[in-house]
Write a protein that binds this ligand. Structure first.
Ligand code: ASP
Ligand code: MG
Length: 422
């Protein structure tokens, strides 16, 4: 019998009917003798609804300064969820107790709307577990050193669940969601996409950061740092399926790269439509130029992704990078007003209609020619590559947005991701 953390997403908590199903599922695990901690999200749509109310009252643009109050509002979504789930568990005859983040407490920094967890006091939770209770802890929220309620950023309940799993030393953290695992790519784009039984933690980290939306990236970082086994599985299976089957379903994010791992060179194709490309042409090539360009961008809190500087020609070079599409207009404006004049750039051009497509696989470490195969596939499809970046276990290309689905499908096929594992 083990100590386990279950996390249920908004869809799984979407109605009282579904909450009852969650309770029945958790009760099944508890009756089998497991010690259970459950971390639910707000009921689906609730966080958007709550933040929408705030947006109606705040004059446009003022929301940045309202972080503290926004967190106060948004955190109520999960507070309702934990109370309802504890009641549903009690109705199943299971002793259960609910806690808001501040009651545990889950302590965070004070970066409202995107706080980071600093520590979790596990004592209260452990005492309840020892007393035979199921402990239901609100996801997505915490409390800072001054006692302010904080939230962890959208999708943050994944991170809450993993952090709680670390704190209570859970044997496994099971993330129940509306997909039944991690796929080789998004099945909405490639219907032949295959669910992976296992994926290495490093690959999952790349997939999450490259645009796969299955898990919040911070939750994967957390799991990796503390080596908590993480499983993504469906909350839509009948609640009464056998525990032995449920326990091995979905996708296990693992740390062991042993012979049990599926031996693919490329494990998945990730993509991200939310990017925009910006280029400064003909900047004077001298020390400090990258800093002069990207310093102000960083200061404006704009995340930069792919960065490319060309070889210089006659003392001048081109400098390109990508940003989130939401930051595109702001970045262009910033460069126009404060960077172009200082760097003597000949031209500033941008393209918000790009996307990034990536192949990911730890097998790339030990195989040559993987990237060039990717380039060959794209060229056969007549797709022009605008930017390329690589790491040990991924190769990403920036291409025109209109070719995204074509590229993903062609790569998925070329790297044999449709076949079932041996
Ligand atoms: N309820 C929060 C959100 O919608 C946190 C989560 O669901 O993980 O982003
Ligand atoms: Mg989520």
């Amino acid at each position: 019998m083990a100590l386990l953390v279950h996390k249920y997403g908004g869809t799984s908590m979407g109605s009282t009917e579904r909450i009852r199903n969650v309770a029945k599922r958790v009760a099944k695990w508890a009756r089998a003798g497991h010690q259970m901690v459950v971390v639910p999200s707000a009921m689906s749509g609730e966080t958007n609804r709550l933040l929408g109310l705030a947006a109606k009252l705040a004059p446009a643009g003022a929301t940045q300064d309202n972080g503290r109050e926004l967190d106060m509002i948004a955190a109520t979504g999960e507070q309702v969820s934990v109370g309802l789930l504890a009641i549903a568990l009690q109705a199943e005859g299971i002793a259960a107790v609910s806690y808001a983040g501040w009651q545990v407490p889950i302590t965070t920094d004070s970066a409202f709307t995107k706080a980071r967890i600093k520590s979790i006091d596990e004592r209260r939770v452990k005492a309840d577990l020892a007393a035979g209770k199921v402990v239901v802890i609100a996801g997505f929220q915490g409390v800072d050193a001054q006692g302010n309620v904080t939230t962890l950023g959208r999708g943050g309940s994944d991170t809450s669940a993993v952090a709680v799993a670390v704190a209570v030393r859970a044997a496994e953290c099971l993330i129940y969601t509306d997909v039944d695992g991690v796929y080789t790519t998004d099945p909405r784009v490639v219907p032949e996409a295959r669910r992976l039984k296992t994926i290495s933690f490093e690959e999952m980290l790349e997939m999450a950061s490259l645009g796969s939306k299955v898990l919040q990236i911070r939750s994967v970082e957390f799991a990796g740092k503390y080596r908590v086994p993480l499983r993504v599985l469906s909350s839509f299976t009948p609640w009464d399926i056998a525990i032995e089957d449920e326990a091995v379903s979905g996708t296990l994010i693992t740390f062991e790269e042993d012979e049990k791992m599926e031996q693919a060179i490329v494990s998945g194709i990730a993509f991200n439509r939310d990017e925009a490309k910006i280029s400064l042409l003909g900047v004077t090539d001298k020390p400090g130029i990258a800093h002069q360009i990207l310093g102000p961008v960083a200061q404006a809190n704009i995340d930069v992704d792919v960065i490319i500087q060309n070889v210089s020609h006659q003392g001048r070079t081109d400098f390109s990078f990508t940003v989130h599409r939401n930051d595109y207009a702001r970045t262009m404006e910033l460069l126009k007003t404060s960077v172009v004049p200082k760097t003597g750039a000949a031209d500033l051009i941008g393209d918000p209609k790009i996307c990034k497509v990536s192949i990911v696989g730890i097998g790339m470490r030990s195989h040559v020619g993987v990237a060039s195969k990717m380039f060959a596939v794209l060229s056969e499809e007549g797709i022009n590559i605008q930017m390329i970046t690589t790491s040990e276990i991924k190769t990403s290309v920036v291409i025109d947005e209109k070719y995204m689905e074509l590229a993903v499908r062609a790569l998925h096929k070329a790297f044999d991701l449709e076949q079932s594992p041996p």
